[in-house]
Write a new protein. Structure first.
Length: 164
């Protein structure tokens, strides 16, 4: 009997494991009560899984499993700010705007020198404000520092770098 024929009873099909069982086998609880997704994660740490061969974020799958379908246009947000967490008690529904405001309110918004496209440093902002305080025009400051006028305008009017 060849190896191929010895496996014929399985017919090459995988046994389908119910999603709920796969879900609970894929988590470990940490000391803060977060249910940490142990399977596939993206580069930001968010878990990935599939339901009926459709890829879905693990925290969204948790919401569907524990509550109901997610209304169109809504996001599943984390109270705990822990991307791999799928604990339904740590999740809530909100709009994309709610998500952005949550990030800003919790101080997770990248700003200042941490923004990789930002060419202006904190010391430059302080220098610009000092120059403005001495009466130099925004146009003159921009020319001297090789910046655009609107950068100086935004700093002057605290549309950017307002925390500094």
């Amino acid at each position: 009997m060849s190896k191929r024929s010895s496996h014929s009873t399985n017919s090459g099909q995988f046994k389908k494991i119910p999603f709920e069982k796969r879900f609970y086998e894929s988590i470990l609880e940490d000391s803060k009560g977060c249910w940490i997704w142990q399977k596939c994660r993206d580069r930001d740490g968010y878990g990935r899984t599939s339901i009926d061969r459709k890829q879905i974020w693990a925290h969204r799958a948790s919401w569907v499993l524990h509550y109901s379908e997610i209304p169109r246009g809504l996001c599943v947000l984390h109270k705990c700010d822990n991307p791999p967490c799928v604990n339904p008690e740590h999740l809530f529904l909100g709009t994309n705007e709610d998500n952005m405001l949550d990030k800003i309110n919790k101080g997770r918004q990248t700003r200042g020198e941490l923004v990789n496209t930002n060419k202006i440093k904190e010391k430059d902002v302080l220098r610009i404000r000092a120059m403005l305080g001495r009466g130099l025009s925004g146009r003159e400051i921009a020319r001297r520092l090789g910046l655009k006028d609107h950068h100086i305008y935004d700093i002057k009017n605290r549309r950017s770098w307002r925390w500094l």
